[in-house]
Design a protein around this ligand. Structure first.
Ligand code: AHM
Ligand code: MG
Length: 338
């Protein structure tokens, strides 16, 4: 009898195993660890308003114990759980200055980059936050892992995705063969396939940017923003502005509905704010796999060569035609200035 019920993440990974470039099951184990860690973080996020885990790291709670900020807790959970998978040689995290070389796993093949709790300033106001991850293969698994092993271009990602702790908890990921979304069923504590083969619309009606900074954006971006606000029925302008300041939430909406997300250079952040390894590369891989684009304004995000772990890069990503339009403004403006 054909089975028409829920497809769990576990079942989906088993079914897709033949499509993975590593058929040995290592990647599946890493996914199981990510899934477990995300469930633990989700549990803590859900009770964030109830228990005393809000507040600054280093502050002392009423019992005289040191409180940990939720992003530090999330970092510990992901590091411990990934280490225990036995499949990851190095973990780099937005929360750690240096790579974490997993003891006893020097010869393992994989490197994981993680932003354990992105948008954490939104915790206190109960807005969606999430975890972003990406997985790379180690260039030479025969040698001891090094920092340089981690500095790979985004085009070398083997898998990437995010967990969103929103009105529901979801996982959206790619292994380079399309993008699929899973929603956590709270009752059975399983991620179930809810958004198969996500494709971002080529065109959208939403732009997402911190417009409060626009006075110091390069002129091309200012012109593009003026274009977004012009009235033009044929191109559905003016577009709507949607920006919560939590990348995963802003990205997720645009991925499903169409739109463009921008974090341009500003006077105080000449390379933008978002980090190449932890934020831009995984999102770029996802959006390209869904049929969209991600660009820095001078090159495809996935082609940017990292020189340091925490490097920042300007980003324009989302619906293909909208990204191209921003790039047109950048090209026209530099021609005029030439
Ligand atoms: P974080 O890694 O410190 O949480 O910062 C990243 C967040 C993103 O989620 C979001 O897109 C961006 O910061 C918002 O920045 P801004 O407040 O400058 O608009
Ligand atoms: Mg972040």
């Amino acid at each position: 009898m054909p089975y028409n019920g829920l497809i769990t993440l576990e079942q989906f990974i088993v079914d897709q195993q033949s499509l993975y470039k590593d058929a040995g099951g290592s990647l599946s184990k890493i996914f199981r660890s990510l899934e477990l860690a995300a469930k633990m973080v989700n549990r803590d996020v859900r009770k964030a308003g109830l228990v005393d885990i809000l507040g600054n790291q280093g502050s002392i709670n009423v019992q005289g114990e040191e409180q940990k900020k939720l992003d530090v807790i999330a970092n510990d959970i992901f590091l411990q759980t990934l280490s225990r998978s036995g499949e990851v040689s190095v973990i780099i995290s937005e929360e750690n200055d240096d790579p974490y070389f997993v003891p006893g796993c020097e010869n393992e093949k994989y490197i994981v980059a993680i932003d354990p709790l992105d948008g954490s300033s939104n915790i206190d106001v109960n807005a969606s936050i999430g975890t972003i991850f990406s997985i790379y293969r180690r260039p030479n698994a025969q040698k001891d892992p090094t920092l340089e092993d981690c500095l790979q271009k985004g085009k070398h990602q083997v898998a990437a995705g995010y967990f969103i702790y929103g009105s529901s908890t979801m996982l959206v990921y790619t292994t380079g063969v399309g993008v699929n979304g899973f929603t956590l069923d709270d009752n059975i504590q399983e991620f179930c396939l809810s958004h198969p083969n996500i494709e971002i619309p080529e065109e959208g009606k939403v732009y997402s940017v911190n417009e409060g900074n626009s006075d110091t954006f390069p002129v091309a971006y200012q012109r593009y923003l003026a274009y977004c606000k012009e009235k033009d029925k044929a191109s559905h302008r003016p577009y709507s502005a949607r920006y919560i300041g939590s990348l995963i939430a802003d990205f997720h909406r645009n991925l499903l509905k169409g739109g463009v997300f921008l974090y341009p250079p500003t006077q105080s952040a000449p390379n933008g704010k978002l980090r190449l390894m932890y934020e831009c590369n995984p999102m770029a891989f996802l959006v390209e796999q869904a049929g969209g684009s991600a660009h820095s304004g001078s090159e495809r995000i996935l082609q940017v060569a990292p020189t340091e772990l925490h490097q920042r890069v300007p980003v324009i990503m989302g619906s293909k035609n909208m990204v191209n339009k921003v790039l047109e403004f950048i090209a026209e403006t530099s021609l005029q200035d030439a």
